[in-house]
Design a binder for this molecule. Structure first.
Ligand SMILES: Cc1cc2nc3c(=O)[nH]c(=O)nc-3n(C[C@H](O)[C@H](O)[C@H](O)COP(=O)(O)O)c2cc1C
Ligand code: SF4
Length: 499
C-alpha cells in the first residue's frame, strides 16, 4: 500500500487462539526475564501508553488515574508505560502533566500504587511528550468575523478574484461579510482568496507545524525542548519511576521533527541527520540530567504512513542513531498523523487516529487483506535488524494488533522484537498476561478490535472497554464514568475464584 491511499477493506473474524498450560507458559520466551538497559524485568510482556482522560483539568493525578493503573498492575505485566504526559507547564485538559515539581507528589502516589498492586513485579515507565497548538474547527461566522487576518494581501486577492479593485480599500467589516457570504454560496471564491493555511484553519481548525519558523516559539523549539524534557525526566526519577519514555511518535512535536515532511532550513530539518538532530539533543539532555543508571527509552514511528512522510528506511536509520546515543529501548509504533486525518465536525478538533495513518496506528478488524493482527511487526523487525547489524543490543518493543500467546511467542522466536506489547487487549482484559502465565488463558476476555475505546478517546471521554463497562454497575464501591452509565475499570479478577 502506498502511503495515504485508502485500501479496500473487509471485516476479519478474530482468529482462533490456543492457550498454553502453566508449564508451557513457564518455559515461554514471552514470560522469560529480560533487561532494559540497567533494569532487570520479570518478563517480556508490556502495556504501552494509553491516555484514559482521568487527570484533573490542571494535569494532576486523581484517584481515577490511580485506579486505572492499579488495574493494569494487577495483571502484572513486565512493563507498564504511563500515558503521554505533557512536559510543559501549560493547560492541556485532563491529560497528565510533569512540567513542574508540584506534579511530583501525585506521580509518586501513582508509582507506589503500581508497586503495591503488582507485588513489585511490574516496571513502570512514564511517557513524556510535547505537542503543538491544534484548535477546534471554527464556526464559519466566527472564522470570517474574527479569526481571519484581513491584511492588504488578502484584500488584493479578493479584488483579483472578483475583478473589483474596490476591495483593495474596502472597510475590514465589508471584506469579512463578503467572504462569509461567499462561504455559503460560492466556495470557489473563498478558495481563491484564502491561503492554504487559512483554508486549513477554516476547514479543519488552525494547527501549528514544526516548519512554522516564522513563529518565534516554533523557531525556538530546538532551544527550549531539551531543557523541558530533561526537567520532566528528572521529576519522573524523583517520583520513583523506573524510567522515562520520550514520545517521538504519532502526531507530536518530535515525531514531526523526524518526519520527511520536516523541511526546516535552520539545521533541524531536511536530510535525516538534521531531522534527527533535535530528538538526539533531547535524548542527550535527558541522559545528562538523569544519569546512565536509569532507563531512558524512545517510542517512534516505523512508518509515518502519510504521503511524503518517513518510511521504514528512515526509521531504521533513526533507530541506529538512538542506539548509538545510548537509548535503553526502542518502542516502534506506526502512523497516527494529522496530515491525513478526517475533517472534524465544527466545534471539534482534528484527531490523528482517523485517516489511513490512524488505522495503521490502531488497526481494527475492518482492515485490508492483511488484517489488523500484528501488522506492524515487520517495522520493528527491520529496525531491530539494523540496530543489531550496527552492533547494538538495544531491546525493541513491538505492538499493534497483538492479542495471543502464540503470536507473541512467534515474534520472539523469529527475533522480530525483544518485548511484545498489547494496548487494547490489556484494556479489554488487564489480567490477561497473568491468566496466560497461570495456564488460565481460556478465561481471557478477548479484544474485539472495533475501537469503541478509541472513539471515546477521540471525544475526550473517559476511556473504557465495551466488553466490561456495563457489567455489574451496582457492585459495591464501583466507580462510574461522569456520564453515570459506565464503570471506569474492569471488574476485579482473582485466580482462585475463577480457576
Ligand atoms: C485509548 C488509547 C489511548 C492511547 N494513548 C496513547 C498514548 O498516550 N501514547 C502512545 O504512544 N500511544 C497511545 N495509544 C496507542 C497504543 O499505545 C498502541 O500503540 C495502539 O493501540 C496499537 O496497539 P494495540 O493494537 O495493542 O492496541 C493509545 C491507544 C488507545 C486505544
Ligand atoms: S473497546 Fe473494543 S477495541 Fe477497545 S479494548 Fe475493548 S474490545 Fe478492544
Amino acid at each position: 500500500m502506498s502511503a495515504g491511499v485508502e485500501p479496500s477493506r473487509t471485516r476479519h473474524p478474530l482468529p482462533p487462539v490456543r492457550w498454553p498450560g502453566a508449564e508451557e507458559a513457564a518455559r515461554a520466551r514471552w514470560f522469560s526475564p529480560a533487561r532494559v538497559g540497567p533494569l532487570p524485568v520479570a518478563d517480556r510482556t508490556w502495556v504501552p501508553a494509553m491516555v484514559p482522560w482521568r487527570a484533573t483539568e490542571d494535569g494532576f493525578v486523581t484517584d481515577e488515574v490511580l485506579d486505572w493503573y492499579a488495574r493494569f498492575a494487577a495483571g502484572q505485566p513486565g512493563v507498564l508505560v504511563v500515558e503521554a504526559t505533557g512536559v510543559r507547564d501549560v493547560p492541556s485538559g485532563p491529560l497528565l502533566r510533569i512540567g513542574d515539581d508540584r506534579f511530583v507528589p501525585g506521580l509518586r502516589r501513582l508509582v507506589e500504587t503500581v508497586r503495591t498492586r503488582s507485588g513489585g513485579r511490574t516496571r513502570l515507565f512514564i511517557q513524556v511528550l510535547d505537542f503543538l497548538v491544534v484548535k477546534r474547527r471554527p464556526e464559519p461566522a466566527r472564522f470570517f468575523g474574527r479569526f481571519l487576518d484581513v491584511d492588504a494581501a488578502l484584500r488584493h486577492r479578493l479584488a483579483d478574484a472578483t475583478g473589483d479593485p474596490g476591495w483593495d480599500e474596502a472597510p475590514e467589516a465589508a471584506v469579512r461579510a463578503r467572504l462569509l457570504d461567499a462561504h455559503g454560496r460560492d466556495r470557489a471564491l473563498v478558495d481563491r482568496v484564502l491561503t492554504p493555511v487559512q483554508r486549513e484553519a477554516l476547514d479543519y481548525g488552525y494547527r501549528e507545524r514544526v516548519t512554522d519558523t516564522h513563529l518565534p516559539w516554533i523557531r525556538d523549539l530546538p532551544r527550549v525542548l531539551p531543557g523541558l524534557f530533561a526537567g520532566a525526566a528528572r521529576r519522573a526519577r524523583d517520583a520513583g519511576f523506573d524510567g522515562v519514555e520520550l514520545h517521538y511518535a504519532h502526531a507530536y512535536t518530535l515525531a514531526s521533527f523526524l518526519s520527511r515532511l520536516n523541511t526546516r532550513d535552520d539545521g533541524y530539518g531536511g536530510p535525516r541527520p538534521q531531522r534527527a538532530r533535535l530528538p538526539l539533543e533531547v535524548l542527550r539532555a535527558v541522559r545528562e540530567r538523569v544519569g546512565h543508571d536509569w532507563v531512558v527509552g524512545i517510542r517512534f514511528l516505523g512508518d509515518d504512513v502519510v504521503e511524503g512522510g518517513s518510511r521504514v528506511d528512515d526509521a531504521a536509520w533513526f533507530g541506529v542513531r538512538f542506539a548509538e546515543a545510548g537509548v535503553d529501548y526502542l518502542s516502534v509504533s506506526k502512523g497516527g498523523r494529522f496530515e491525513d486525518a478526517r475533517q472534524p465536525k465544527v466545534g471539534e478538533a482534528v484527531y490523528p487516529y482517523t485517516g489511513v495513518s490512524g488505522h495503521e496506528c490502531m488497526p481494527t478488524v475492518v482492515s485490508d487483506a492483511r488484517g489488523p493482527f500484528g501488522r506492524n511487526v515487520p517495522l520493528a523487525a527491520a529496525i531491530r535488524q539494523a540496530v543489531r547489524a550496527a552492533g547494538h543490543e538495544t531491546p525493541v518493543v513491538t505492538s499493534g494488533g497483538i492479542a495471543s500467546f502464540d503470536q507473541a511467542e512467534a515474534i520472539l522466536a523469529r527475533g522480530e522484537a525483544d518485548f511484545v506489547a498489547a494496548a487494547r487487549q490489556s484494556l479489554a482484559d488487564p489480567d490477561w498476561f497473568r491468566k496466560v502465565r497461570l495456564g488460565l488463558g481460556h478465561l481471557v476476555r478477548r479484544c474485539q478490535f472495533t475501537n469503541y475505546c478509541e472513539g471515546l478517546d477521540q471525544r475526550h471521554k473517559q476511556v473504557t472497554c465495551k466488553l466490561w463497562d456495563r457489567v455489574a454497575l451496582d457492585e459495591p464501591g464501583v466507580r462510574l464514568a461522569s456520564d453515570g452509565r459506565r464503570r471506569l475499570n474492569a471488574p476485579p479478577w482473582a485466580p482462585d475464584a475463577s480457576a
